[in-house]
Design a protein around this ligand. Structure first.
Ligand SMILES: *Cc1c(COP(=O)(O)O)cnc(C)c1O
Length: 385
């Protein structure tokens, strides 16, 4: 097959399965409303769970940071791109989450790739929840280590896989709150299973950080655990972009030597680090509590209101509320129907989710009003008729 034929065949296959991904150009896609082509939709598809992406204090911090530092960092952190803004943010993160060190990364995807490939070796075994994010599973797959997947949230299966012989070290990988299902991992039991086998635990809390737990410390606060490696990302509840790895002193020093995504990549703009400090201050404050509480009220309101279609919902009590539809074409049609009613949701299809479980991934945020939740329910009922 020529290059051209190979590419066309792959695209045709996606099209035939109603699985072709296309991007919608929007004027604004975070916050309560999504605007597009002069039309305003109530937005139930953004990960801006606390509604912080347009927060005036955070926007101002970014502007002031740009005036002070310029818009680009000018290089990798190993050369000249590690400013006082980066350093302060790392210290604040470490203090907030109770770790000796934090290291900033440009994205959660890069952080996961960097940590997994830098840490693991040929003799090692990575045991990951099978519903882990693509950035984790792909890194594990590409790494020299052997990858075994345990059934979703199934601690006894995890124990079985950890008990098989391994010449090297074992790394257990899971998420705090799962991105497509919105359910949480049983982190206490998972941490215990890892400890019994002297395995290290890596938790990616992309969807929990800022949003749950005391002071917004996320899933580790909810479950009272301290994973050896904690990944937090800033593009979701934190409302900005970027990520950090929380770890011990020696692991941080090791990653500074061997994490290629850190060494050979431009660090985040210092102004972004300044904006992140402002976001963190809000998340830790009474205002953060108020936003988390408001989000919690919306989640309860939504789940109470689902009544007869609650069977199609997952077990989630988080901001992520998946409505499982099954077939790709049905999920697309339902998303389209909602759009016609002024509600923006996204149909998630395989391979992002397992085959036959195409869904509307509804996300609720603190930026919504109670009436938005009621309207969503009303439209879902009407579409279900
Ligand atoms: C979104 C997400 C990531 C990727 O983070 P980015 O900062 O958007 O690259 C990693 N892990 C999980 C679980 C995610 O949901």
């Amino acid at each position: 097959m020529s290059w051209q034929e190979r590419i066309s065949a792959a695209l045709d296959q996606r099209r035939a399965a109603d699985a072709l991904r296309v991007r919608a150009v929007v004027d604004n896609g975070a916050g309560r409303f999504l605007t597009r082509d002069n039309r305003r939709y109530c937005n139930f598809s953004s990960n801006d769970y606390l509604g912080l992406s347009r927060h005036p204090a955070i926007v101002r911090a970014w502007q002031q940071g740009a005036e002070r530092y310029g818009v680009g960092s000018g290089g990798s952190g190993h050369v000249s791109g590690y400013t006082t803004a980066h350093q302060q943010l790392e210290e604040q993160l470490a203090d907030w989450l109770g770790y000796p060190r934090a290291l900033l990364f440009i994205s959660g995807f890069a952080a996961n790739q960097a940590v997994i490939t830098a840490l693991t070796d040929k003799e090692d075994k990575i045991v990951a929840d099978r519903l882990s994010h693509a950035s984790l599973l792909e890194a594990a797959d590409l790494s020299a280590a052997r990858l075994r997947r345990f059934h979703h949230n199934d601690v006894s299966h995890l124990q079985t896989l950890l008990a098989t012989p391994c010449a090297g070290q074992q790394l257990v990988v899971t998420e705090g709150i799962f991105s497509m299902d919105g359910d949480g991992a049983p982190l206490g039991a998972i941490a215990e299973a890892a400890r019994q086998q002297q395995a290290w635990l890596m938790v990616d809390d992309a969807h929990g950080i800022g949003v749950t737990g005391e002071q917004g410390r996320g899933s580790i606060a909810v479950h009272n655990v301290k994973p050896d490696l904690l990944i937090v990302t800033f593009g979701k509840g934190v409302g900005v972009s970027g990520a950090a790895v929380l770890c011990s002193e020696p692991v941080a020093d090791y990653l500074l030597q061997f994490a290629r995504h850190l060494i050979y990549s431009t660090s985040m703009p210092p102004a972004q680090a300044a904006a992140l400090q402002a976001s963190l201050a809000i998340i830790r404050s009474d205002e953060g509590d108020a936003r988390r509480q408001r989000l919690g009220e919306h989640i309860r309101r939504f789940r109470r209101g689902t009544g007869e279609f609650s069977g199609a919902l997952g077990e989630s009590d988080s901001a992520i509320q998946p409505l499982i539809v099954g077939e790709n074409a049905r999920a697309l049609a339902l998303a389209q129907r909602l759009r016609e009613e002024g509600i923006w949701v996204t149909a998630m299809r395989p391979p992002t989710v397992p085959p036959g479980t195409a869904r509307l991934r509804l996300t609720l945020t603190a930026a919504h009003e109670a009436q938005d939740i009621d309207r969503l329910l009303e439209v879902l009922y009407a579409a279900g008729q």
